[in-house]
Design a protein around this ligand. Structure first.
Ligand code: NAP
Length: 258
């Protein structure tokens, strides 16, 4: 569905996986898109090409979201380039497998800082840099990509769950603080999604480096592992006209769980 014409989105971690699908979907619905990435410039530029092929404007910004100064510079540049940002999707993140799933008692300060930096501080930095300028727009939207991991609290996934649960807490407070300015704030919580991070998770769980997600389709809800486009469709609904009365909500996109 169209309806985002005239609106401008910044998607963190837009170069791959779920973020990539969100960039393309928001562009298909009419938004111009600022695409953030950490390391993978080639992938980010491919996403920009896809957005432009849809007739929308795309700009690409390298920034480690854990780095406040880098995020501030990116946001200032994006607002300058695109006029304003009225949709912020905090999607960039690192999974538990990235830090080898340490136990709470054994994780190093560096491991805590790595996951909290990308998953929690990244969201804090972008919110602080972009929400104030959103207040001048007719409408603003912030979507946090969390995870159903915040409900499972599984051993070995504590650092990840901690970072995402804190991000959710921030979202629910922000929704109340910013409603008077027309800003909607929601959380989207996927289960397993077919992305690089999803494959890393399955690899860690099974001990196999060579993960074939198709082998998991039959045992997944609805007969397939959730695709990035399923998450992007939920984000599009929330930030679109049909989502105008939805704020302060958490939507699980996990096929109902197991
Ligand atoms: P992915 O395939 O690993 O892609 C991660 C994206 O985040 C990439 O674009 C990456 O940029 C970017 N990124 C990572 N660290 C960053 C940083 N410090 N600064 C800026 N960008 C950074 O992950 P995904 O599966 O699409 O996950 C997206 C979000 O969904 C994450 O927040 C994740 O926690 C959440 N999630 C995923 C699943 C799943 O099963 N996949 C389930 C629940 C929740 P580069 O390309 O430059 O590296």
């Amino acid at each position: 569905m169209a309806g985002l014409e005239g609106r401008t989105a910044l998607v963190t971690g837009g170069s791959r996986g779920i973020g990539r699908a969100i960039c393309v979907r928001l562009a298909a619905d009419g938004a111009d898109v600022a695409i953030n990435y950490a390391n993978n410039a080639e992938a980010a530029n491919e996403v920009a090409d896809e957005v432009r092929a849809l007739g929308r404007r795309a700009e690409v910004y390298q920034a480690d979201v854990a780095d406040r100064a880098a995020v501030e510079a990116m946001c200032e540049q994006a607002v300058g380039d695109l006029g304003r940002i009225d949709i912020l999707v905090n999607n960039a993140g690192l999974g538990s497998a990235y830090v080898n799933r340490p136990k709470i008692t054994e994780a190093t300060t560096e491991q805590y800082q790595t996951l909290l930096g990308a998953n929690l501080w990244g969201a804090i930095h972008t919110v602080q840099a972009l929400v104030p300028q959103m207040r001048a727009a007719d409408r603003g939207d912030v979507v946090m990509i969390s995870s159903v991991a915040t409900e499972g609290m599984a051993p070995g996934y504590g650092l990840y769950a901690l970072s995402k649960a804190a991000m959710e807490a921030m979202a629910h407070t922000l929704a109340k603080e910013e409603r008077e300015h027309g800003i909607r704030v929601n959380v989207v919580a996927p289960g397993l999604v077919d992305t690089d991070m999803g494959r890393a998770l399955v690899s860690a769980l099974t001990g196999h480096d060579d993960v074939d997600m198709r082998e998991r389709d039959a045992s997944s809800p609805f007969g397939y592992v959730c695709e990035p486009a399923d998450i992007a469709a939920t984000v599009a609904h929330l930030v679109g006209e049909d989502g105008r009365y939805i704020t302060n909500q958490k939507i699980r996109v996990n096929g109902g769980g197991f």
